[in-house]
Design a protein around this ligand. Structure first.
Ligand SMILES: [Zn+2]
Length: 216
């Protein structure tokens, strides 16, 4: 039996490729164009998981699928290979935010760890947002200022149009000797990180912002 090997963001990416194929198929394009679209999607999916085994490549191969039903079955099947977000305890979370003595913790028992790229929760009383993500094999967390906008825009993390909030976080830069030097970085992100986790197709932005913030 093959071990679980697909990350949530990769699963979302594959689903997006399938949506593109289905969309093209509906437009009654010539068969050669549809075949090229499927080839392209397959190539992108194969590139998604570096050093994948032959068995994994076979699981991910969608080139023989034809009907909507087959695509649905394919998605259900690859969902069984989803790598869950690592189990994390409240104790570990507290250690990630040692300066926050009144840390509000997420309801870990009620979070679906199977479809999670990053863990995030808000403390609306203090307008804070917490983000926990694995960077370079290590679970790390950042604390952000969080300002809801009640507007729709493109989220920096998942690149989807959604209700967004403005977040900013302090950079502890190593580039200067001045201990009082602080820089703030910020951007627009989904207000609802549950929705964001359904749309995220890669962790590049998250990695970059966390590395910059923590000086990694
Ligand atoms: Zn998002």
């Amino acid at each position: 039996m093959t071990d679980k090997f697909i990350k949530n963001e990769q699963f979302n990416f594959i689903k997006k490729q399938i949506a593109i194929i289905k969309d093209t198929a509906k437009k009654n394009v010539p068969p050669s164009i549809l075949a090229a679209e499927i080839d392209l999607a397959n190539a992108k999916i194969m590139d998604l998981i570096p050093n994948s085994s032959l068995e994994q490549q076979e699981i991910l191969d969608l080139s023989r699928l034809k009907t909507d039903e087959e695509y649905e079955q394919f998605i259900d099947r690859i969902a069984s290979f989803l790598l869950p977000f690592p189990k994390i305890t409240e104790q570990q979370l507290k250690k990630m935010f040692p300066k926050n003595k009144k840390l509000k913790l997420p309801d870990l028992a009620n979070i679906d760890h199977n479809k999670l790229t990053y863990l995030s929760w808000n403390d609306l009383r203090s307008n804070k947002k917490f983000i926990v993500y694995e960077v370079d094999g290590k679970m790390v967390g950042i604390e952000c200022k969080f300002t809801p906008t009640n507007k729709k825009n493109i989220c920096s993390i998942c690149n989807s149009l959604s209700e967004i909030a403005y977040f900013s976080t302090i950079v502890k830069t190593k580039k200067t000797k001045n201990p009082d030097y602080y820089k703030s970085i910020g951007n627009l992100i989904c207000s609802d990180s549950g929705e964001c986790n359904k749309n995220i197709t890669n962790g590049e932005y998250l990695t970059a912002v966390i590395k910059e913030s923590l000086g990694m």
